[in-house]
Design a protein around this ligand. Structure first.
Ligand code: PAF
Length: 279
């Protein structure tokens, strides 16, 4: 496995791979890797001839400076995990390498980027679109892999790829969960032992709520989820929306879509956790 810091070097390595007509798979990450990321790498290794993983904490997608400063940076441990998962190239550029000058591009990706996380974290998806488009131009992958925990992010990236005509297939991979149901996230390490013990309530409640469909209305299911989670003094739901999984528009009735997905954000103490479920 090669660890590459410069765009020029990575492009030179990948030019050879392309000359040999080999298929390139790509997993963009911000590091602090866990089994969720490793499952993306496993999919990538399986489907492609060469697997590239980027490890880059992208400053333009953080709308909270403190969040950016405290984001875990564990490159050495990440590389050890990636090597054992079969990754061929780790691309770990500096901020200066990725942004030699400020990226002033403003994306207009429509509803998928405006609702839920888009409304709560202004500028976040614009930063994601900036960095992922740059990474796609650098790596030119045939396939890219994203985790469904960030359900909305996948919709935003698909919209961006369509808008920019980037020839890459976006592959969505299922959420990886702890045994108690908690969706794996780099942020889980920030939970106190008490919060960690409480956090599986989110996944448990979402799963339970699927058993009420279609007897209970969409609004009743939303109320059930929000009230059950808010009943715990450590937890506070920021939003819970049930949307059409393609357009991300809120639905009012179960018959409004054949792909209803519930998307939730919960503060567990200071830690912002997200999860989702298909109904
Ligand atoms: O999901 C993430 O970790 C990031 O948003 C991504 C896609 C690597 C872009 O920085």
């Amino acid at each position: 496995m090669k660890i590459v810091n410069s765009i020029k070097d990575l492009k030179a390595y990948l030019a050879e791979v392309k000359r040999d007509n080999k298929k390139i798979g790509f997993v963009p990450t911000m590091g602090a890797l866990h089994n969720g990321h490793l499952s993306l790498v496993q999919h990538c290794v399986k489907d492609n001839d060469v697997c590239v993983v980027s490890v880059f904490v992208n400053p333009t997608q953080f709308n909270d400076k403190h969040d950016l400063e405290t984001y875990p940076r564990t490159l050495e441990a990440d590389c050890a995990l990636l090597e054992s998962a079969g990754c061929d190239y780790v691309f770990a550029p500096s901020v200066e390498e990725m942004y030699p000058e400020p990226d002033t591009r403003i994306f207009d990706l429509g509803t998928v980027a405006e609702v839920m996380e888009g409304a709560k974290r202004p500028g976040h998806f614009n930063g994601v679109a900036q960095v992922v488009s740059k990474l796609f131009y650098i790596v030119e992958p045939d396939n890219a892999y994203f985790g469904e925990k960030d359900f909305q992010q996948i919709a935003v990236i698909r919209a961006m790829v369509r808008q920019l005509n980037i020839p890459v297939t976006i592959n969505a991979c299922p959420i990886v969960r702890e045994d108690d149901g908690l969706a794996l996230s780099s942020r889980n390490t920030r939970l106190t032992p008490e919060q960690r013990q409480k956090a599986p309530l989110i996944a448990r409640t979402l799963k339970e709520s699927t058993t009420f469909v279609p007897e209970k209305s969409v609004q009743e299911v939303i109320d059930y989820v929000v009230n059950t989670i808010n009943n715990d003094p450590v937890m506070e739901v920021e939003y819970y929306e049930i949307v059409d999984g393609n357009t991300l528009e809120s639905i009012k009735n179960w018959t409004d879509t054949d792909y209803p997905v519930g998307c939730i954000t919960v503060y567990c103490g200071e830690v912002r956790l997200i999860d989702n479920i298909k109904y």
